[in-house]
Design a protein around this ligand. Structure first.
Ligand SMILES: NC(=O)c1ccc[n+]([C@@H]2O[C@H](COP(=O)([O-])OP(=O)(O)OC[C@H]3O[C@@H](n4cnc5c(N)ncnc54)[C@H](OP(=O)(O)O)[C@@H]3O)[C@@H](O)[C@H]2O)c1
Length: 196
């Protein structure tokens, strides 16, 4: 498979790109500063990306901005950022990229644990994660040519925990296996929850 990974330089996306690579797939690594340049918050940038990469079998997005603030402290700019970047950015990948995905190909979005199991300070990211999961479930029903749409909802990742000086978390490499399973499987309209 030819797999376009967006956010491929990140903690989750880097492990996902490596997992597809290790499984023998061709991987195109994209991000704002990556081999293939894209800013998902900019619709024209997404259109340009798909024009430049041509046809692919899977679009795997591991990109999306997060804002950690209590609900009562969220500013207009915070909400605009998460909606324009993580939510509409991923929605636009599907809108502008559908014709670039081969028959029976797939989209995989990355939502996150906070949509289902929030903690204080995460309402903005919980909101867009939940919306992205709902979009994946519903958009799957509209796709032509056998194209599948799913979301992976990672738990708190071990490497992220280490960066934050915390303990615990699920290894990014283990989390990445779920993406390869979904891309090579047959499910659609699902939210997949990796974890121990
Ligand atoms: N880490 C966790 O514990 C965890 C758990 C559950 C869910 N999530 C979700 O998973 C996603 C990825 O998290 P992460 O921890 O891997 O983040 P990360 O390490 O900060 O990596 C983000 C990746 O996305 C790219 N990126 C950021 N903004 C972009 C944009 N507007 N357009 C295109 N690419 C962009 C970055 O590269 P450039 O800077 O080159 O663009 C980088 O490759 C986030 O949506 C996060 O909410 C994370």
């Amino acid at each position: 498979m030819k797999v376009l990974v967006i956010g491929a330089s990140g903690t989750i996306g880097g492990a996902v790109a490596n997992a597809f690579d290790a499984a023998g797939h061709e991987v195109l690594r994209a991000s704002r500063n990556g081999d293939h340049k894209v800013d998902i918050a900019n619709p024209d940038s997404i259109r340009t990306l798909f024009e430049s990469v041509g046809k692919v079998d899977a679009v795997v997005s591991c990109a999306g901005a997060a804002v950690f603030k209590p609900a009562t402290e969220l500013a207009d700019e915070d909400l605009d950022l998460v909606i324009r970047d993580k939510l509409l950015g991923n929605v636009n990948l599907l809108r502008f990229g559908a014709d670039s995905v081969n028959d029976n190909g797939c989209f995989i979005f990355t939502s996150g644990i906070f949509s289902q199991q929030p903690m204080p300070g995460v309402p903005a990211i919980a909101m867009v994660n939940g919306a992205l999961e709902s979009f994946a479930r519903a958009a799957a029903l509209d796709m032509p040519r056998g194209v599948r749409v799913n979301a992976v909802s990672p738990p708190f990742i071990k490497e992220t925990a280490v960066m934050m000086g915390m303990e615990g978390g699920y290894p990014a490499a283990e989390n990445a296996k779920a993406y390869v399973q979904v891309a090579t499987g047959s499910e659609t309209g699902q939210v997949v929850f990796p974890g121990p």
